[in-house]
Structure formats: C-alpha cells, structure tokens
Design a protein around this ligand. Structure first.
Ligand code: DGJ
Length: 758
C-alpha cells in the first residue's frame, strides 16, 4: 500500500493534504474490503461459478482447476495447476481462432469434452452414429448445477436431442478430481456410441513434458517407463477385456529435466475401469497436451435406444507441486480415503498365510490343517486355502465352474478345517475364480453357450479355460448364487478372487448382432454389481483382486476389493523393483507381499529369511512358503518378524511413502520410508544388492518428519552405524542422515523412528 504525496504535483498545499488523506483512506478501505492478490485467500466453497465471466473455479488442497463457457458455448479449459489466489482474474473465455484452414478452431480450443464433429482431428471424447447415417455431433453448454463438492454440466448437441452430463467431484483433502460423462439419447431413434471418454484433461501448453507409465507381463509386472511427450499421440491401453498388465491405467506427466521425487509440477491420473480401456496422451499442433481416457474404442459399439444412457467410468486426476513422490502420496491418500471399501479408515490388513506355493493343487483337510498349525505358531491372522479345493480340480485342466467342495479332498466339507483355523485364532479365506470355466467341468457340459464365443468359430483356451460371459443375466445369476451359497454355508472372512486369462472371441450370440459389443461394458458392470451385492450381503467378507498376479489392479476394482495381488513373482529381490513401480499408482497398504521359499522358483536365487521378510513388510505382509520345510530357527525368525510387522503395519499401510533410494535402473540399493499420518513415527527399509570395493552403504536422508520434534531411533533388523545417536531432531535425521551397516550380497536392514515424548 503506498500513499505517495509525489503523485499530487501542481496542487495547493491544503488540497494536497486533503487529497492525500482521501487517497490514503480510500486505499486502506479498498485494502480491507477488496480481495488482495498478495494474500493467499482461500474460499470455503470448493466449486464456484462467476456468472459475469461464465467461469467455473474448483479450488481445493493445493490445486486450482478453472474452465468456462466461451462465446461458442464450448466448455473451455483455462487452468490446471498449483492453487491460485481466489481473487485471481479469469476473464470470460474466448475460443482459439485456429491455426489455419487445416487446424480449425475446434482443434485448437482446449475443451473439457469434445465430440467428433465439425472437422475434429484430435482424440474425441465422444463419437456416435445415428441410423440416418449422420455421425456429426457438436456439443454446447446447456446448464449446470453445483452441489457442494459436485458440479454437473449439461451439454447438448446443436440440433439433436443428445445430452451429455459432465460430472466433476473434488476431494478437498488431496485436490484429486473425479470426472465422468453420461450420454443420454433423447431422440426418437437408437444411436450407437462408438467411443466415449470421461473427459479431457488439458495440461498447460509445453513441449518439454515427460510421461511416466507402467507396463508389464505375467511375473514381470509394474515396470516403470518414462518418455518425452512428442508431437502426436501415445495410447496406453488394454484390448484384453480386463485391465491387463501390459499397461496399467495410470499416468503421470512432469517437465523433463525438472523435478525429482519431491519437487516439481506433476499432473497424474488413473482410470477406474476393469475392462478394456484406453488413455490417450496427445501433443497437438500447437503444443497443447490433452489426456483423455475411457473404455477402449477398439471393437466398441454401444447402442442406446431412445431414453437410454451410457455413463463413462470415473477418471481421477490430480496435481502435485511436490514432485512424483508428492503425486503418489496424494493418490495413495485418495485411494485410502475415497476408493477402498471402509474408507477413510480401511481396516488394516491381517497377516495371512496362503498355501499355493506350498501345495499347489494338492490341498486336503489334513495337509491344510497341518500348515494352519504352523502358520498360527508364527502369528499369522488369516489362513487362506488357494486353488484346488473344489469340483474335480487336481490340475488346471478341470473343475473351474463347479463350485462345490471336492468330496475326496474334504470328505466332511470345509467345516472341520475352518473350525480348526478358528480354534488356532485365525480367520479363514478361500480362493475362487468365478468368471471362468474349464471345458472339462459339469458347468460347461451343461451350458457351453455361457462362454464368450462366436458361433461356429473355435474357442481359444488360455490355461485350459474359457471365459464365462458375465454380461449374460443367467451367468451373472449363477456366479452370484454360487458365491453366495459358499459364503452362507461356510464361515469365510476372505475371498481371493482370481482371473487367469484374457478374452478371446468376445461374441454374445444370445443378443441381437447390433448389441453384441455391449459385452465390453455389461460384463464389467455385472462384475462390479456381483462384488457389491456380495459385500452388502456378507459385510464381514474381504476380497482380494488377483489376476494371475497383477493383471487386474485399477481404481474400478479397488472400490470393491480390500487388497490386490501384484504378481506371481514372489522373488523378494525382484519384488523391490515391482513394488517400487506399483507404488507410483497404488497405495502400499493394498499390495499383498508374501514371504516364500528360497531359492525362489523364479530365479533360483538364495535370499535370507530376514531379507524376504523385510521386502514383504513394505506392503501387506503374507507368508506363502512351504512351512513343512522350515527349520525351528526359521519359525523363531518368522515369529519375531511377524510381531515386528504388527507394530509397524499402520505406518506402512496408511502412512506416507517416500522413495529415498530408487531400485530403478539397476541401482545397487533401494530404500523406502513410510511416515505415519501424524508424523510421529517412521519406518525405513534398506536393501543392498552387492557391495563393491569397500564402499559403505549410502547415507540415508529421511523425509517427512517434523523438523523440531525429537525422534528416538531403533534398529528393527540389521545394524545402525556406531555413533548413531539414540535421539535427535527431525531436522537431524533429515539433514544429517543415518548410516546403516550393510555389506555383502542381498543384505537388508530396517529401523524406525518415534517421537520421544519427554
Ligand atoms: C494365479 C494366482 O496369481 C496364484 O497366486 C494362484 O492363486 C494361482 N492362480 C492358482 O491357480
């Protein structure tokens, strides 16, 4: 504020004084009543609309998302990034004039949702065809409603009664936005939706962006990649009928060369859909970056009769000013509070034992009871019987679809085993694979038409099994009833829901040819509805999403499941890399990690039991080893590690993850730190591949602690270097750092820090 008398040149002294007083008073008054851009003013309403400028603002956490209605009634993006001052001006939006006759205005104006029509060449959010041959759709703003954290914008075609509701919901804690689009056919004839996305995320213009994404395959999931965003399009996708692991529906974009784990701008997002999907990342002709995502448009077609609607999946996205580490911490927090069942405080994951690697299909009452006793002796809380307990299942060649208890393996049903497990103080879990059928099964012999198929064409098997067409109402009913009966008749606390192949011949001969491609949507809807109905009817049951490993992990399935199985590869060293990749998109608390045998079946690598435990303790701990082969000292070690894990699991499962040393790019070391929500405790895991030439393990600089709080350090496993103080400030641990004594091959250590209450 300046009351500068020099501005009154030429006036008399008295009038000068008078003017000066008036100027100063009015400046003070303006300062008091007008929003001052220098003050970071924050509003309580996260979503606002300015009638004058026709601008919407969504402000929450550290994010502002701004868009408005331009003179062509297009909904135009104006800003997405670090939170701005509430008083910052956004004039009424104006559409871009276009670059030339080749790239007209519709291609260069950054729209929130654009349909294919009027000469659009960029990726459309919606493409339809009408029965009269018309395929042109031009959407304009019609109306909107704001209710607290939700905004709905209605768009309508310029001439036909096709309506699209754009839905926005803001999470005020993380600033993560949820978007979806709902198309409604209010014309008098059917139309076909050939492509639909949840909306376009427009990033600030730029040519220095780097895209991070996840790829993988069976036993090799969660590989982190990055590449420069180039002119043109990158498509991340699955055409497999389910999420798949070749790409996972997650992305993060930052500026190349700028930023690290904890600094720099990052825009990130994840699609909540467990069917075929696509995310397109496009840099257009004028270096604008657009990200759009939804069901895969390949082989897609959804016929909407008059009055019918089609809603896209939810697409979640956020922004972090605190680097890629900050981005994943926001996403983890959002998943814990807003996605997982029982959020905002989902139940902590119990330590489980799973028999698969020990017994494979050779399960029976006596063998499982014996394993259960051993598991209970080390503190396991949940005992899970994997594949092989049902139908005529003695290998992967038969039995899928026949969900009755195998009378030879369990002559008295599952009850004696379940009672035994309960008497040992554990709850009971069971493996199922409800969406599949072996041709060698009673179900397939009775209902061959229930499998996905094209009439008269071969049916391609994967792992000797076919896909049931869950889109069919009778198949949905059968699957629900089979599982409901299982849960009614047995005291089951947990289902491991497996899915061991992808689609082939996705025909649905029972419906009209023009409706057959609906299978891509109806299948997934029925999957979700079965999960939801089972959960409602059996609220005590928890569910794991498994797909031959991590092939169905996404924010869609996570709404109905409590945890996921990231990979069949349980080699504790390989897992460091996979767990690191996984953590970019998903919270460590949902990631099951078993301690299995050494040498591992995957790489024939020998790893100490401590190493294997510490690797698994970075997620939700499970044991999958053959306990029949353990020595007494293994049980002693395991008992102590399980007890340790129970003390730290809340920090690991619900805390904030910091990647201190990345295992990526062949790094010899890997270090992670989890900090509790209240920042009073932290636990660190450090792994060494091989030491060389007498070099010590790098010093570990902690993060996320309170600078002025005093923390006590305690080694959980391995040794801290001599001279490490018992107690020091958060600043000390973060700036001075901690040395651990790690030498040799495949070594591991962990320590924790807790506020030392005086
Ligand atoms: C694949 C899963 O990922 C494994 O953990 C195991 O459950 C097998 N299927 C059983 O068939």
């Amino acid at each position: 504020m300046r009351c500068n008398s020099n501005s009154f040149n030429g006036a008399t002294d008295a009038s000068r004084v008078y003017q000066l007083i008036v100027t100063c008073l009015s400046t003070i008054l303006m300062f008091l009543i007008a929003p001052n851009p220098m003050n970071a003013q924050k509003t309580n309403a996260p979503i606002r609309f300015d009638k004058q400028t026709q601008v919407f603002r969504i402000d929450a956490a550290d994010v502002s998302y701004v868009f408005g209605i331009n003179e062509k009634k297009q909904v135009q993006t104006l800003y997405w990034g670090k939170r701005l001052n509430d008083a910052d001006p956004f004039p009424a939006p104006k559409s871009d004039p276009g670059l030339s006759g080749f790239d007209t205005s519709v291609n260069t104006t950054r729209q929130e949702f654009v349909a294919w029509g009027s000469g659009l060449y960029i990726e459309p959010d919606l493409k339809v065809s009408f029965p009269d041959g018309n395929r042109d759709l031009v959407l304009q703003y019609d109306s909107h409603t704001i209710e607290g954290r939700r905004l709905k914008i209605v768009l309508k075609d310029i001439s036909r009664d096709v309506y699209v509701d754009l839905e926005y919901q803001i999470d005020v804690v993380t600033g993560v936005l949820t978007r979806s689009a709902n198309v409604e056919n209010r014309t008098s004839a059917p139309l076909t939706v050939e492509q639909i996305s949840s909306g376009t995320w427009n990033l600030p213009r730029g040519d220095d962006y780097r895209l991070r994404y996840l790829t993988g395959r069976w036993a090799g999931e969660w590989v982190l990649h990055h590449q420069l965003v180039q002119p043109g399009k990158t498509i991340l996708e699955s055409r497999r009928g389910s999420t798949g692991d070749q790409n996972n529906p997650w992305f993060a974009i930052d500026h190349e060369g700028d930023g690290d784990q904890d600094h720099g701008d990052v825009w990130f997002g994840a699609l909540g859909w467990s069917g075929s999907w696509q995310i397109s990342i496009e840099q257009d002709q004028i270096q604008q970056i657009r990200v759009a995502g939804g069901p895969n448009s390949f082989d897609f077609g959804y016929r909407l009769s008059p009055g019918e609607q089609l809603k896209s999946p939810d697409f979640y996205a956020g922004y972090s000013h605190d680097g890629i580490g900050g981005a994943s911490r926001l996403l983890h927090r959002f998943e814990i509070s807003s996605i997982l069942p029982h959020g905002p405080k989902p139940k902590l994951r119990p330590v489980l034992y799973n028999s698969w690697e020990a017994t494979e299909f050779k399960v029976d009452e006596a063998g499982q009871e014996s394993l259960a006793e051993k598991a209970a002796s080390i503190g396991v809380e949940r005992f899970v019987v994997d594949d092989g307990w049902f139908g005529q299942r003695s290998s992967d060649r038969a039995g899928l679809g026949d969900w009755y208890v195998n009378p030879v393996k369990f002559p008295h049903g599952l009850k004696p085993l379940i009672d035994k497990v309960h008497s040992l103080g554990m709850d009971f879990g069971l493996w199922v694979e409800p969406e599949m059928v072996n041709p060698d099964s009673d179900l397939y012999r009775k209902h061959p038409d229930w499998a996905l198929n094209f009439i008269g064409r071969p049916r391609t098997e994967g792992r000797n099994q076919l896909m049931l067409n869950l889109a069919r109402p009778d198949v949905r009913a059968y699957v629900f009833q089979a599982l409901d009966k299982l849960l009614n008749e047995n005291d089951i606390a947990f289902l491991k829901w497996d899915y061991n192949r992808n689609w082939s011949e996705p025909g649905w001969p029972a419906v009209a040819p023009e409706d057959q491609k609906k299978v891509y949507i109806e299948y997934v809807r029925n999957l979700y509805s079965i999960l939801a109905e089972l959960r409602a009817k059996h609220p005590q049951v928890e569910i794991e999403s498994c797909s031959g490993g991590g092939s169905r992990v996404d924010l869609g399935i996570m709404r109905y499941t409590d945890q996921v199985w990231p990979s069949d590869n349980t080699d504790a060293f390989d897992r460091l890399l996979m767990q690191d990749g996984f953590s970019y998109a998903y919270a460590p608390g949902v990631m099951m990690a078993w301690v299995t045998d050494s040498p591992t079946w995957v790489n024939q690598r020998n790893l100490s039991l401590e190493y294997r435990f510490l690797s698994s303790m970075q997620g939700s701990l499970g044991i999958g080893a053959n306990l029949n082969n353990w020595k007494p000292e293994d049980f002693t070690t395991a008992k102590s590690m399980v007890a340790q894990y129970k003390h730290i699991r809340e920090i690991v499962q619900r805390g904030s993850l910091y990647r201190l040393i990345s295992p990526q790019n062949g790094s010899e070391q890997s270090v992670t730190e989890s900090v509790s929500e209240d920042q009073r405790s932290a636990v660190t895991f450090a792994f060494l591949h091989s030491s060389q030439m007498l070099y010590p393990f790098p010093r570990i600089y902690l993060r996320g602690l309170k600078t002025d709080s005093m923390y006590r350090i305690a080694a959980l496993n391995g040794k801290l270097s001599p001279g490490t103080p018992d107690i020091a400030s958060g600043a000390f641990w973060m700036q001075h750092g901690v040395d651990v004594e790690l030498r040799g091959d495949f070594q591991a250590a962990s320590f924790r820090l807790d506020v030392a209450d005086r």
